[in-house]
Design a protein around this ligand. Structure first.
Ligand code: ZN
Ligand code: ZN
Length: 303
């Protein structure tokens, strides 16, 4: 018996189908750059009194449509009470001494694309967007199609508000954004896990097909041997031709249990070792299929 009733030929067709599927998945694997998450290092420097404080942390992620490059500058806030820079007229409190500046903008109110473009039009060299209040330091790669050639990163709300308060107090804050490590998204992890699973399955099936033929061969050989033995045993069983006057032809005697016909003179019957008898034409095929007497179940190979 083959595993799950699948024959070796269906195994090879299943495995070739799996192989084709995995090749298709490899070729169709999404561009890793598009699905990967690029962390951003923010090197923040500011002066408090006579002290220059500098801190470096992998605290942001690059937007999905941002160039992956380093950018630096003084941090500037949108002017007015609203920090979301959704108004196209928004001006930024850009420090006069800075050649290069980065806009610090709050998330929300309009799309990422919109606020990044507002800052880009005012001449920002990069955009730092901080997440909604209450999200701690959670970040994710923003989608901002249509903002070409401007670096855009997202930082957590806590970090964003820390920078906001410093600048609102008049502190000059410099930030260098650098490209950090790359993290694969859950989708890439999922696709890779799926491919690993498929590769393992395909390998297993190939090995199974390579080893399997020996097992059916031996079981088929055994079944053939039994069939030959049964055939031989059947041929050795006694045959009789019923004659007028035989006791078996009396009306109160049993009929053939296979065809239910009463026995008639000249019927050829096969007598089994258990002494039960049946029409030869009825019992021979039965024995080849079942090996046992239909009445008492005695095995013709064992007697
Ligand atoms: Zn019969
Ligand atoms: Zn019997």
């Amino acid at each position: 018996m083959s595993l799950l009733g699948i024959t070796p030929s269906t195994h090879s067709s299943v495995s070739s189908r799996l192989l084709r599927l995995s090749i298709f998945l490899v070729l169709g694997l999404p561009d890793s750059e598009g699905k990967a998450i690029w962390m951003a290092h923010l090197n923040i420097t500011f002066q408090v009194g006579n002290q220059i404080i500098s801190e470096l942390g992998e605290s942001g992620v690059f937007g999905n449509h941002s160039p992956l490059e380093s950018v630096s500058g003084a941090v500037a806030l949108p002017e007015g009470w609203n920090q979301n820079a959704c108004n196209p007229m928004t001006n930024f409190s850009r420090p006069e001494q800075a050649d290069s500046w980065l806009a610090l903008i709050e998330r929300g109110g309009c799309t990422f694309t919109h606020k990044i473009n507002v800052a880009a039009e005012k001449g920002a060299n990069g955009v730092i967007i901080y997440n909604y209040p209450g999200t701690g330091n959670k970040v994710f790669p923003m989608s901002h199609q249509g903002t070409e050639n401007i670096v855009a990163v997202m930082i957590g709300n806590l970090k964003g508000r820390q920078l906001l308060h410093l600048i609102q107090k008049g502190v000059y804050v410099m930030v260098v954004i650098e490209v950090g490590r790359v993290h694969m998204s859950w989708l890439s992890h999922y696709v890779i896990s799926l491919l690993t699973f498929l590769a393992a399955t395909v390998t297993y099936l190939f090995l199974y097909c390579a080893w399997r033929p020996r097992a059916p061969d031996s079981s088929i050989r055994r079944r053939r041997q039994i069939k030959a033995d049964v055939k031989k045993a059947v041929s050795q069983l006694q045959l009789r031709v019923l004659q007028e006057g035989d006791r078996e032809l009396e009306p109160n005697e049993d009929s053939c249990v296979i065809c239910f016909d009463m026995y008639k003179p000249q019927d050829v019957v096969r007598v089994l070792t258990c002494k039960h008898f049946f029409h030869k034409a009825c019992i021979d095929p039965w024995l080849l299929a079942h090996r046992t007497c239909p009445m008492c179940k005695c095995d013709i190979l064992k007697t």
